[in-house]
Write a protein that binds this ligand. Structure first.
Ligand code: SAH
Ligand code: SF4
Ligand code: F3S
Length: 448
């Protein structure tokens, strides 16, 4: 059948969609980029905030009319929302044929088959303690970066977060199996690998930890850069910091989610670090890697957050000077500890105002940091033609900063670019001739 698959949420979901592609293709289904031509429509959903749900219910409503017109159309909801809101989906959208959680994708061909022949609904939301999809080769869209999930699930149970309920218990893949996947993506032409986990610090495979894994992946030939997301500030491995400082293939960028700056809020969130500990970690990271770029996630309006608490978040954000930040209003999630223990008592307009203040402050800091980049020369990994101007290219520095420039290059090239201007979130520059490289080519030519 012709399958249309749309993905919402985080990189882990993007990776899962690549697994789904692989699983369904090996069962003779084919994928179409056109919703209009699809015989099976699959939505791989996210449950992290309320907003994510509303979008899906809106789409499902739309698909109801389409199902009336197109006999036999199969509609499926996959992913985190399918796992956490299965009852609501079945009640609010009874026309949905398939509901399958993140650990049920190997059974998707069977679920599709069941709806075809028996015209009945097919559900599967069993969470597994073991499923890591290690035996599936994800079907990736060709490009420069390949995601590799190194573990699944999360055991941290931060009180605001739904992920431990949608993705179940934490389990790591075997190091050797991940390195095999890295070798495969390198042979397919990918130049960068981003290792994914909800808390990569707790990666374990026998005697190997996350720093060992990063090191092993960086040794795969053809791979120029290795990134990872996300570590948890509570147990950031010092061994990893030292490996990052010493190994040029390990990118000098850390996404370090702070969430909030007040100890009271951090405790209610069960983040298990204090403001002081977070700041000490930042100081340690910068002492080892002065050029590192730090990005973060911030939540405002969490249960019981006072004006004074929020001021402390602003203070920490100012003190650290993150290169960029994702900012969110707290959104109560069903089943989470916060929803059971604390009232969601910060009024919506206060949340909104705090969100604006946070975003405003971060904008100022990002601006200052962008100004400081002017004149510097960076090695840039070329990714795609720029969306705004097809004659220009978009690439990223080692620090994950997007850079737009023009030149006779192709995706996957590593080039030197001098930063000459900046926008709100993007740097602009000009390619620099690499004299050492030119000299080397010249010398080689002489020898011939
Ligand atoms: N595992 C990652 C987080 C994944 S969720 C980590 O621990 O870093 C990505 C971000 O969404 C979180 O860092 C948090 O800032 C935000 N988030 C999670 N639950 C939320 C909620 N209930 N309301 C608002 N933001 C939330
Ligand atoms: Fe959610 Fe916390 Fe796990 Fe991140 S570490 S996925 S925020 S429970
Ligand atoms: Fe990712 Fe959303 Fe699930 S952020 S882990 S897809 S809840």
């Amino acid at each position: 059948m012709k399958v249309y698959l749309e993905t919402y949420g985080c990189q882990m979901n993007e990776y899962d969609s690549e697994l789904v592609r692989s699983i369904l293709t090996s069962h003779k289904h084919e994928f179409t980029p056109s919703l209009d031509h699809a015989e099976v429509v699959l939505l791989n959903t996210c449950a992290i905030r309320e907003h994510a749900h509303e979008k899906i219910f809106y789409l499902l409503d739309h698909l109801k009319g389409r199902k009336r017109r197109q006999k036999g159309l199969v509609v499926g909801v996959l992913g985190c929302m399918a796992q956490s809101l299965r009852k609501e989906i079945i009640e609010r959208a009874p026309h949905v044929d398939i509901v399958a959680g993140p650990d049920s994708y190997k059974r998707l061909p069977m679920l599709i088959e069941a709806t075809r022949h028996h015209t009945e609904q097919a559900f599967d939301f069993s969470l597994s303690e073991f499923e890591t999809y290690s035996d599936i080769a994800p079907q990736r869209v060709p490009g420069v970066n390949a995601w590799i999930a190194i573990m699944r699930g999360c055991d941290n149970f931060c009180t605001f977060c739904v992920v431990p309920y949608t993705r179940g218990r934490e389990r790591s893949r075997e190091l050797a199996n991940i390195v095999l996947e890295a070798e495969r993506v390198a042979s397919e032409g990918f130049r960068q690998i981003t290792l994914l986990g909800q808390n990569v610090n707790s990666y374990r495979n026998d005697e190997y930890d996350f720093a060992d894994l990063m090191q092993a992946v960086s040794e795969v030939s053809g791979i120029a850069r290795v990134r990872f997301t996300s570590p948890h500030p509570k147990d950031f491995p010092r061994k990893l910091l030292h490996a990052m400082a010493a190994n040029p293939k390990l990118c000098k960028h850390i996404h370090l989610p702070l969430q909030a700056g007040s100890d009271g809020v951090l405790e209610r969130m069960k983040r298990t670090y204090t403001r002081k500990e977070f700041l000490a970690l930042v100081a340690e990271i910068r002492a080892l890697m002065p050029e590192v770029s730090l990005t973060t996630d911030l939540i405002c309006g969490f249960c019981g957050e006072t004006d004074a608490d929020f001021e402390q978040t602003l203070e920490v954000v100012r003190e650290v000077g993150f290169d960029s930040a994702f900012t969110f209003k707290y959104s109560e999630r069903k089943n989470t500890m916060a929803s059971r223990q604390f009232p969601d008592d910060v009024p919506e307009e206060v949340k909104q105002e705090r969100l604006l203040r946070l975003a405003e402050l971060q904008k100022e800091i990002t601006h200052e940091r962008n100004v400081a980049e002017l004149g510097k020369v960076y090695e840039v990994l070329v990714e795609t033609p720029s969306k705004k101007d097809g004659n220009q290219w978009l690439g990223r520095t080692d620090h994950f900063k997007p850079v737009v420039f023009s030149g006779n290059v192709q995706a996957g090239d590593l080039v030197k670019v001098r930063i000459e201007a900046h926008g709100a979130n993007t740097l602009m520059g000009a390619m620099v001739r690499d004299y050492r490289r030119t000299l080397r080519v010249y010398q080689e030519a002489c020898c011939v």
